[in-house]
Ligand binder design. Structure first.
Ligand code: GLU
Length: 448
């Protein structure tokens, strides 16, 4: 059996009931075959792959907090510090009922390669809680965040592990988490990113994942003789990534016509009104049905089981920006039948392996989240740099660096794919380019 297959079996056996983690590992290992096969003896002797798929630390903790009725609630907290070969652990915190150890591991594993691709010195980590922020008061959110940090603080630090936001964790939550860290540790340091602008946050961090996704998509299209300008774009999600992807797509002359949340989706053939979307999602924290109520051109569709939502809309470019495994084989078939040219992932692993293969077989340009959504964490690393030098850069400075990083990522993954004989397979290109840097660093640092 090849070393790759052996290690995949090892992962499945050692990590039972963690299907998303298995999926993330399978996708990476399958595309690394050419590299691993060429160095099989050396990698096997050093157990390089076994070490790569085993987190350095996995921290599990209880998070008790008191709700507005005086009732004590208990949630599970997670932090997976996956790999620190190229820098301190870096990656978001997700607050969502679906979060468990397997989800934290899949996200932490992806983060290793994503962070490597940014070209910046950040290792991979991820965490969060099965806490559901939906419908909670501000006081309840604060109580939860303070309790969460009261456990997490001993494991993190500006040179150790620097968490940030993800689904369910935005500026408000980062503020409460930072306040509690500072209070317990008595240390004002860049221990979290995505901070507010008055206390060490970076300009353009809020926009960075969505903007970065579009910078990469634009470079991909340009290098393949096309352009965002004039393209109809289907976007899923209505969180931070989707909102700023829609905004930048419009600035580049594209027409995003859809978005979605956990209750339904919008089709607005005149193009999404991004200011209205921000008002509903960022200010009111309300449902998308309010968007349709406020805008004549929009159709609202309630989410039904087995219904394919935004992916049934005819589009040239699809940007899944919601969550893992939201785009399956049926969706991919619908998109291909409707003539989609490019699919770039704003979320982490939103496309199933079968759907990804279908796009590739049908010559759709497909860029996975490790490359396409790396702009968020890249700008987090820029926030860390600003915190270290105790300076703040202008919006233009950060945005320009972000653009350059995304353009570089596209060319790195394109070149890696060409170099390893799989031209146009940007998934393999990203995994190979991300892996080689981490593997080299692990080798140099000995068996740790
Ligand atoms: N959660 C984001 C991601 O998936 C950002 C992480 C960060 O900024 O550390 O990459």
């Amino acid at each position: 059996m090849s070393y790759v297959d052996e290690v995949y079996e090892y992962v499945v056996a050692k990590n039972p009931a963690q299907p998303e983690f298995h999926q993330a590992v399978k996708e990476v290992l399958d595309s690394l075959r050419v590299v691993i096969d060429a160095n099989e003896d050396e990698y096997r002797k050093d157990a390089l792959l076994e070490r790569l798929v085993t987190p350095e630390h996995q921290i599990l903790f209880r998070v008790p907090w008191v709700d507005d009725k005086g009732q004590v609630q208990v949630n599970n907290g997670f932090r997976v510090q996956f790999n620190s070969a190229i820098g301190p652990y870096k990656g978001g915190l997700r607050f969502h009922p679906s979060v468990n150890l397997g989800i934290s591991k899949f996200l932490g594993f992806e983060q290793i390669f994503k962070n490597s691709l940014t070209g910046l010195p950040i290792g991979g980590g991820k965490g969060g809680s099965d806490f559901d922020p939906k419908g909670k008061s501000d006081r309840e959110i604060m109580a939860f965040c303070q309790s969460f940090m009261t456990e997490l603080f001993r494991h993190i630090g500006a040179d150790t592990d620097v968490p940030a936001g993800d689904i369910g964790v935005g500026g408000r939550e980062i503020g409460y988490l930072f306040g509690q860290f500072k209070r317990i540790r008595d240390s004002y340091e860049g221990v979290l990113t995505g901070k507010g602008l008055t206390y060490g946050g970076s300009l353009a961090r809020t926009q960075a994942t969505g903007y970065g996704l579009l910078y990469l998509t634009q470079e991909l299209l340009k290098c393949n003789g096309s352009d965002i300008k004039g393209k109809t774009i289907a976007v899923s999600g209505a969180g931070n990534v989707a909102i700023y992807a829609i905004e930048k797509a419009q600035q580049l002359g594209g027409k995003p016509v859809t978005c979605s949340d956990s209750t339904g989706w919008i089709y607005d053939p005149e193009g999404i009104d991004v200011e209205l979307l921000k008002e509903i999602k960022e200010v009111k924290r309300a449902r998308l049905s309010e968007y349709a109520a406020a805008r004549k051109s929009a159709e609202y569709h309630e989410k039904k089981n087995g219904e394919h939502g935004v992916w049934t809309v005819k589009c040239d470019v699809a940007l899944p920006c919601a969550t893992q495994n939201e785009l399956d084989l049926e969706d991919a078939k619908a998109l291909v039948a409707n003539g989609v040219q490019a699919v770039c992932e704003g979320a982490n692993m939103p496309t199933t392996i079968e759907a990804t293969e279908y796009f590739q077989q049908n010559k759709v340009m497909f860029v996975g989240g490790k490359a396409a959504n790396a702009g968020g964490v890249a700008t987090s690393a820029l926030e860390m740099s600003q915190n270290s030098e105790r300076l703040s850069w202008t919006f233009e400075e950060v945005d320009q660096k972000l653009q350059q990083i995304m353009v570089n990522i596209y060319h790195n993954i394109d070149n890696a794919a060409k170099q390893y004989g799989c031209e146009g397979n940007y998934v393999a290109g990203a995994n190979i380019a991300g892996f080689l840097k981490v593997a080299e660093a692990m080798k140099a640092q000995g068996i740790v």
